[in-house]
Design a protein around this ligand. Structure first.
Ligand code: ZN
Length: 238
């Protein structure tokens, strides 16, 4: 996975990957500054997938392209256009480009659903993003407190707290304390940056985990990701 490099630009649909490369980077500061439901990981998956598809449509055989495009559109629930045939699709290359770009959103959702449960993967992703965050500072965007350090949020949106709580099965990801009981104070549920902001972590949803108050207090600014807790569903009861 390459680091994300500097760049500027705005999205203009249908103009090809060069412009979309720029759009990916241009959206970086918004995504690392505050949590969004379309996360940095969604964007990354879509970018990688779309880049591969763009290469395939330009280099591989017509029958391969038709098969790949048909599978992508079916998976995304999009109608296959009449012109998507070996004989005609080259007359509609920009239309096909737009359709596949759209279909990549569905593929990104599907991949994210799986990857968001893999905290080891997420931590590696956050570290790679952190290598890029270190290249920027307050002169690049308002979201920076100082070079390489993003400002802390005053609160996390409820949709993100709910998602992290359920993904982590209501258990502290350090000491494994069960935080699902009714008598657990609300303040004992803490949403921690796996890669701390002080070492170029971000506020993207991929960088949060559930900790109990005691573990979060003792962790301070150290990166912490324990081996993925593996729970079988039939062992989750009392
Ligand atoms: Zn704990």
């Amino acid at each position: 996975m390459d680091e994300i490099s500097r760049g500027n630009g705005a999205a203009r649909p249908g103009l090809g990957a060069g412009t979309r490369d720029m759009a990916f980077v241009a959206g970086l500061f918004d995504l690392i500054a505050r949590p969004a439901k379309r996360t940095l990981l969604h964007n990354f998956i879509k970018y990688v997938n779309y880049s591969n598809i763009e290469w395939e449509t330009g280099h591989l055989s017509e029958d391969y392209v038709i098969g790949m495009a048909t599978t992508m559109l079916e998976g995304a629930g999009l109608n296959k256009p009449d012109w998507l045939t070996e004989e005609r699709y080259r007359e509609h290359v920009y239309d096909l480009d737009d359709l596949l770009f759209l279909a990549c959103d569905y593929a990104a959702d599907a991949a994210f659903y799986i990857l968001f449960s893999d905290k080891d993967f997420l931590f590696d992703f956050c570290k790679i993003v952190g290598n890029s965050v270190r290249q920027f500072g307050p002169s690049d965007a308002d979201c920076f407190e100082k070079p390489g350090v993003i400002k802390r949020l005053t609160y996390l949106p409820s949709w993100l707290r709910t998602a992290i709580y359920h993904r982590d099965h209501g258990h502290c990801q350090d000491c494994t304390r069960d935080l699902t009981a009714l008598n657990v104070p609300f303040t004992d549920l803490q949403y921690d940056h796996m890669l701390p902001l002080d070492v170029s972590g971000t506020n993207d949803p991929t960088n949060f985990q559930l900790l109990c108050k005691a573990c979060n207090t003792s962790k301070k600014a150290k990166p912490l990701v324990k081996k993925q807790l593996v729970c079988t569903y039939w062992d989750m009861g009392p």
